[in-house]
Every structure is written in structure tokens, then in C-alpha cells.
Design a protein around this ligand. Structure first.
Ligand SMILES: NC(=O)c1ccc[n+]([C@@H]2O[C@H](COP(=O)([O-])OP(=O)(O)OC[C@H]3O[C@@H](n4cnc5c(N)ncnc54)[C@H](O)[C@@H]3O)[C@@H](O)[C@H]2O)c1
Length: 443
């Protein structure tokens, strides 16, 4: 099958690469000339385990190509996948300008029957807007090409995106067209061999499913963070509580780790967008508003703990940050808790030494220029501890999981650990001579 993917970011690139890996001929389109030039040279814009080899192999085979010209990509192609960003607008709703811009561009190039697949995360009712935008362009051209708009939300996780795409839990397809359903079934057949993973539903149901899934996961995280704060006040070990409730099969262990807040390009914006969807129809989504509020507070917790320990003025303190990315396995810094923490520490006068295994280039781009005097990005996790008054674990990369505490102690000025992801055993840390502060556990 010939596919055109429009938008070559996390979702578009992974989608394009994985479809080409399964035998489709894919052209990825992006308006970012530099990104496309680099991809043509085999240089990927993101870090994602397993992605590079798939991109390089399929580019070499000629089954995966990159261009900035939608017109060029469209030749002989009858399936277009929209994978551009849907960032939050001023009121928190999903900004659809890129999606609708692409819809109009598609309307300008299609001729025969076409399926337009919406893979971007978009609010209920967007497919109708996409349809109208395409129809308008076709009318302007005086062309009567038939087309269907399908909703096919993406559930990949950054850091495991290739694995998730190749072995999905489920594939959600929203369509009211038998013709489009047949085509989508064929397109996804290689990913659904073992058992049927495709769930067909109507378009609006599919659009809502994506928001409901992300909001549910964000809710679990915020719920546990709230429980952690209660535990801390009550002298209860939240980690025992986590294990105690996780063992209930109705609750499960996933997404109930206390931490320093969720970030990334999806949860924060999707929760915001769903809140706004509710408001737009006169409904007050009180639970979702609390989920967001709890998360904003949670991102401040580490900074508050540091100030509680060392005082409001940190101008004579050097703080080491382990991890900058919003989660392990990615270099994505969007809405990362590390940014909120760094801002609080810098405002209090602290000097920061930070290390992340892959996100330092990205972090450098994201950090405001005025932080340069306060933050040093260090190329080695132990070097980042030299003369530090505290080490804060922000992102739970594997390399931080079992550190050499003895070595840490010899390097640091004072032996204090703030464990932003409750990764360490407080007893082990205390035995190594460290003072331990976790999330929901002050020991
Ligand atoms: N990142 C994730 O983990 C994830 C997971 C599931 C769903 N999603 C959703 O998928 C969508 C894309 O997310 P992302 O993280 O891949 O975004 P991204 O910002 O990484 O990439 C979007 C790309 O689209 C390009 N673009 C914008 N306008 C264009 C146009 N007119 N023509 C061609 N290219 C254009 C941009 O240059 C950019 O490269 C969003 O709606 C997001 O919510 C993301």
C-alpha cells in the first residue's frame, strides 16, 4: 500500500517507519526543511529506541522516503495520514490550525478515492471539520473526488514507541464507511496477526477514546500523588500503600507510582483539552480540573522540599539534578518536571549541575538564555555530583537506579538525596550515610 504521512514528529516518523517496515511504501512529509534534509541523510530528529535502524534500512530499501512537498508525495497515493501537532491554544483547547491546514492541502492534491486518516489527537467533531476543509478545496478546484475521513488515534508511548506501534494493545479505528474500514483492516493486518486487535467504532467514539485513555492515566498518577502527600503528613510509607493497592487486580500496579508530576507532549495538553471540550458544551469537568491542579502542585514538590531542608536562600548551594527528560527513554523535554524544578532553584539562587543520558541537547534548546549562568550540563552522572549539596533524582533512567552511593558520598559536599521518583530504598540510602527525602516519604 502507498501511504503519505504528513507531520514527521514523534508520531509521524514512528508511524511511517513502522508501516514501511511491514511492507507499505511510505513518504513522510514535513514543512521543516532541516528535519527532512537530515532524515534524507539518515539523521533522526528524536531519540527513540529501535527507530534509527528501521528508518535507515527502509530508506535504503526505497520503501521510506522524506520530502517537504505534499504534491510530490501524493502521486499515486490514496491514503494520507495526518500526524501534525495539536498544541494547546490559549484557553487550553486543542489548536487545530495545523490539522486543518493539512486537510486543505490534501484537498488541493487528491483526485481519485482517498482515505484521510487522522492520527493526531483531536477533539470530538474534528473529523467533520477536516471533511469540510477538504470538500471546500475540492469545490474550489471543481473536482468531485470521493474521500473518507477516518479517526485512528495513536497510543504509542515515547521511549517505547516502536515496540508499541509494532505490537499494539489495540488499534482504534473510527469510521462510518465500509470501504474505508476494509482498507484500514488491510493496512493494519500485519500488526494484528496474532489475534484481532482492531476495534472499529464510529468516528466521534474513536476521537473521544484517545482523550479518555490519557485522562484516565493522568488521573491515576495525580490520585497517587495526592495519596503520597497525605501519607507524608500522616507518617505513612506510601510505597507500602502503593504495593498494597496495586495488588488489587481491579487497581493494578501501573501508573500508581508517586513522583514529581507527569509531563510530555500528551497528558498535560490532552487533559487541558478535554476540560475545555467540557466547558464548550456547558459542562464543568471537576475531576479533570483537579487532576491538572494536583499535577501542577506536584511539579513544585521537589523545589519546596529542597527549600524546607536548606532554607529559602540557596545562593551558596550547588544542586545536582539526575535526569531532565520528562520520562526515561526519550529526549523529550516538553512540560518536563525538571524545568519547573530548575526555575524554582534558580530563583532561590542555587547553582545547578545537571546530567541526562540523552536529553541534554534538547534541554539546552528549551532552557531560557538567562539560566545559562546558573545551570551547567555535565557529561557524566558522577561528575555532576562534585561539591553538590544535594542530588535530586528527577527522571528514573536505568543508569540512576543502583548508583554507587560510596562514590557519591566522596564527591558530594553534603550527603542529601531527594528521590523524585521513589527509586531508592531509604534504608540502603541511610546505611550509605545519606539523608533521604522521597515523594510522600520523609525519612
Ligand atoms: N508524542 C506522543 O507520544 C504522542 C502519542 C500519541 C499521540 N500523539 C499526538 O500526535 C500528534 C503529533 O504529535 P507529535 O508528538 O508527533 O508532534 P511533533 O511536534 O513531534 O511533530 C509534528 C510535526 O508536524 C510538522 N508539521 C506541522 N505542520 C505541518 C504541515 N502543514 N505539513 C507538514 N508537516 C507539518 C511539524 O514540523 C512537526 O515536525 C499530536 O496530536 C499528539 O497529541 C502524540
Amino acid at each position: 500500500m502507498r501511504l503519505t504521512i504528513i507531520g514527521t514528529g514523534y508520531v509521524g516518523l514512528v508511524t511511517g517507519a513502522c508501516f514501511s517496515e511491514m511492507g507499505s511504501r511510505v513518504t513522510c512529509v514535513d514543512i521543516d526543511q532541516k528535519k527532512i534534509d537530515n532524515l534524507k541523510k539518515g539523521v533522526l530528529p528524536i531519540y527513540e529506541p529501535g527507530l534509527e535502524s528501521i528508518v535507515l534500512d527502509n530508506s535504503k530499501e526505497g520503501t521510506l522516503a522524506f520530502t517537504t512537498s505534499l504534491e510530490e508525495a501524493a502521486k499515486g497515493c490514496s491514503v494520507f495520514v495526518i500526524a501534525v501537532g495539536t498544541p494547546p491554544g490559549e484557553d487550553g483547547s486543542a489548536d487545530l490550525q495545523y490539522v486543518l491546514q493539512v486537510a486543505r492541502q490534501i484537498g488541493r492534491v487528491i483526485n481519485g478515492y482517498t482515505v484521510v486518516v487522522d492520527k493526531s489527537t483531536v477533539p470530538v467533531g474534528t473529523a467533520d471539520k477536516v471533511k469540510a476543509a477538504i470538500r471546500e478545496e475540492l469545490d474550489l478546484r471543481g473536482t468531485n473526488a470521493s474521500f473518507d475521513v477516518v479517526s485512528n488515534p495513536e497510543f504509542l508511548k515515547e521511549g517505547a514507541a516502536v515496540r508499541d506501534f509494532l505490537k499494539p494493545d489495540r488499534i482504534i479505528i473510527g469510521t462510518d464507511s465500509d470501504k474505508a474500514e476494509k482498507l484500514m483492516r488491510r493496512l493494519y493486518a500485519p500488526f494484528s496477526r496474532n489475534h484481532d486487535k482492531i476495534l472499529f467504532m464510529n468516528v466521534r467514539d474513536a476521537e473521544m477514546t484517545k482523550y479518555a485513555a490519557n485522562s484516565m492515566l493522568a488521573t491515576k498518577i495525580s490520585f497517587m500523588n495526592e495519596i503520597a502527600s497525605l501519607c507524608e503528613q500522616l507518617g505513612v510509607d506510601v510505597e507500602n500503600v502503593r504495593k498494597g493497592i496495586g495488588s488489587d487486580s481491579r487497581i493494578g500496579y501501573s501508573f500508581i507510582y508517586p513522583g514529581c508530576g507527569y509531563g510530555g507532549s500528551c497528558f498535560p495538553k490532552d487533559v487541558k483539552a478535554l476540560i475545555q471540550t467540557g466547558k464548550d458544551i456547558g459542562f464543568e469537568p471537576t475531576l479533570l480540573a483537579s487532576v491538572e491542579q494536583r499535577n501542577n502542585l506536584q511539579k513544585e514538590v521537589l523545589g519546596l522540599k529542597v527549600k524546607k531542608r536548606f532554607g529559602q536562600d540557596l545562593s551558596d548551594k550547588t544542586i545536582c539534578l539526575w535526569g531532565l527528560a520528562f520520562k526515561p527513554g526519550t529526549d523529550d523535554m516538553r512540560e518536563a518536571s525538571s524545568m519547573v524544578l530548575m526555575e524554582a532553584l534558580i530563583k532561590a539562587g542555587a547553582r545547578i549541575l545537571a546530567y541526562d543520558p540523552v536529553a541534554m541537547d534538547q534541554a539546552e534548546k528549551e532552557m531560557p538564555a538567562e539560566w545559562e549562568a546558573s545551570v551547567t550540563l555535565v557529561q557524566d552522572q558522577y561528575q555532576a555530583l562534585v561539591n553538590a549539596d544535594a542530588c535530586i533524582l528527577v527522571t528514573e533512567w536505568k543508569t540512576f537506579r543502583q548508583p554507587d552511593f560510596k562514590k557519591m558520598k566522596t564527591l558530594m559536599r553534603s550527603a542529601v538525596i531527594f528521590d523524585g521518583r521513589n527509586q531508592y530504598d531509604p534504608e540502603e540510602v541511610a546505611e550509605a550515610g545519606f539523608e533521604y527525602h522521597g515523594i510522600g516519604r520523609e525519612i
